[in-house]
Design a protein around this ligand. Structure first.
Ligand SMILES: CC(C)(COP(=O)(O)OP(=O)(O)OC[C@H]1O[C@@H](n2cnc3c(N)ncnc32)[C@H](O)[C@@H]1OP(=O)(O)O)[C@@H](O)C(=O)NCCC(=O)NCCS
Length: 168
């Protein structure tokens, strides 16, 4: 597995992003257009490129065997902090790929961006995402009622944090 830049002009990559985001788990736990069309996949990859240019979103493709298998990202915030996001193509789940990719992203964030801490937030029902966060050393701070806005409705969420000094 490697972490690399997006390839917005690559038709296979656009097709893989489309498959990933049409998956019911992604539709349930992330706030993305429904129905999710090719133009949304293209915009997702273009936004990843834009984020690097503007410095407000650092997205890496999770590449397994030369194929797009998801993304991991850090959204920098003031005060040497960032919020983490991640998602895998369904074909790559259940093997620890997300955990390894997130660990590598965190090492990059703490070493290269000199972050002091990272925040993770998710729907209370998103146990797969929580599992990744816990395996990577995050500490759950608590459950917050109405934390997240999902398709116009507030849903309960969980917040966890990881400090640069925490074991990973
Ligand atoms: C969140 C998401 C990336 C987690 O994917 P995942 O495949 O469960 O996570 P991992 O790649 O770390 O794999 C963990 C699984 O592999 C197993 N595994 C096997 N080898 C492993 C290893 N070496 N290290 C860690 N886990 C390993 C674990 O036991 C676990 O299995 P389980 O699901 O039966 O408990 C995925 O569910 C997803 O894309 N969801 C939709 C988008 C989303 O919700 N994103 C997060 C928004 S906050």
């Amino acid at each position: 597995m490697t972490l690399r830049a997006v390839r917005p002009g690559d038709a296979d990559e656009v097709a893989a992003v489309l498959e990933q985001h049409r998956d019911p788990q992604v539709q349930r736990f992330t706030w993305i257009p429904d129905p999710y069309e090719q133009l949304h996949a293209e915009a997702f990859l273009a936004n990843a490129e834009r984020g690097w240019r503007d410095g407000d979103l650092a997205t890496f493709v999770v590449d397994v065997g030369g194929r797009y298998r998801g993304t991991v990202d850090l959204r920098p915030e003031p005060g040497a902090w960032a919020e983490i996001g991640f998602g895998l193509h369904p074909a790559a789940r259940g093997r620890g790929v997300a955990t390894r990719a997130v660990r590598r992203l965190l090492t990059w964030g703490f070493e290269e961006l000199r972050l002091a801490g990272v925040t993770w937030r998710a729907d209370v029902a998103n146990t797969a995402s929580l599992g990744v966060a816990l395996r990577c050393g995050f500490t759950v701070e608590g459950r917050v009622r109405g934390l997240l806005l999902h398709r116009g409705e507030r849903v309960d969420g969980v917040i966890a944090t990881l400090l640069a000094s925490d074991p990973r």
